[in-house]
Every structure is written in structure tokens, then in C-alpha cells.
Design a protein. Structure first.
Length: 97
């Protein structure tokens, strides 16, 4: 899970809710995440961008920067090689990875 106030992404054991790992997010407004193979993508609404993390280290290995005219990402998931995201007014977008 990601929390905007803490600017942190957490991996939590679902059985006992103990934090197993954590690392900092790129900015202060994470708004969605999805898995692409072993990598975890996390979006940030303030930066209007998507960040691909190595979950073992937290390192950002790739970034997709949206244009200022693109919808701001507020939710995101990945399915069958496509990143789906939505904004806060009902627009749904997709990006082929």
C-alpha cells in the first residue's frame, strides 16, 4: 500500500499486518499501483507520471511522464500488458506497456 502523507510504499504481510519492507515514493501523492512482471508501477497525481520500481530495492527503473494536457492519474492498474488509469472526473485511459 502507498500513503501520501508518509510518501512511502509499504509491503505488508496480509496475515499479521506486519510491515515487511518499505521505500519512499517519487513524490507526495501516490494514487494507484499495478504489477508488470516482477516490477511495481506507482503513479503520482502531483507529478502526472508513472514510476516503475524494483520492489526488492525500491529503485525507480523507468518513468512515464504524461503531458500537462493529459488527464491526471487518480487510480491505476495493469492487465495483460496494458496500464489502465482514470482521472477524478470519469475519464479512463490506457497505455500499452
Amino acid at each position: 500500500m502507498a500513503t501520501p502523507p508518509a510518501r512511502t510504499l509499504y509491503r505488508i504481510d496480509p496475515k499479521n499486518w506486519i510491515v515487511e519492507q518499505k521505500f519512499s515514493t517519487a513524490a507526495n501523492r501516490p494514487h494507484g499501483m499495478g504489477w508488470e512482471g516482477k516490477y511495481l508501477w506507482l503513479t503520482d497525481s502531483n507529478l502526472n507520471a508513472f514510476f516503475k520500481h524494483d520492489p526488492a530495492t525500491g529503485e525507480i527503473v523507468e518513468k512515464i511522464q504524461l503531458a500537462d494536457s493529459d488527464p491526471l492519474p487518480h487510480g491505476m492498474t495493469i492487465w495483460n500488458g496494458v496500464m489502465w488509469y482514470c482521472d477524478d472526473v470519469g475519464v479512463i485511459c490506457r497505455l500499452k506497456l
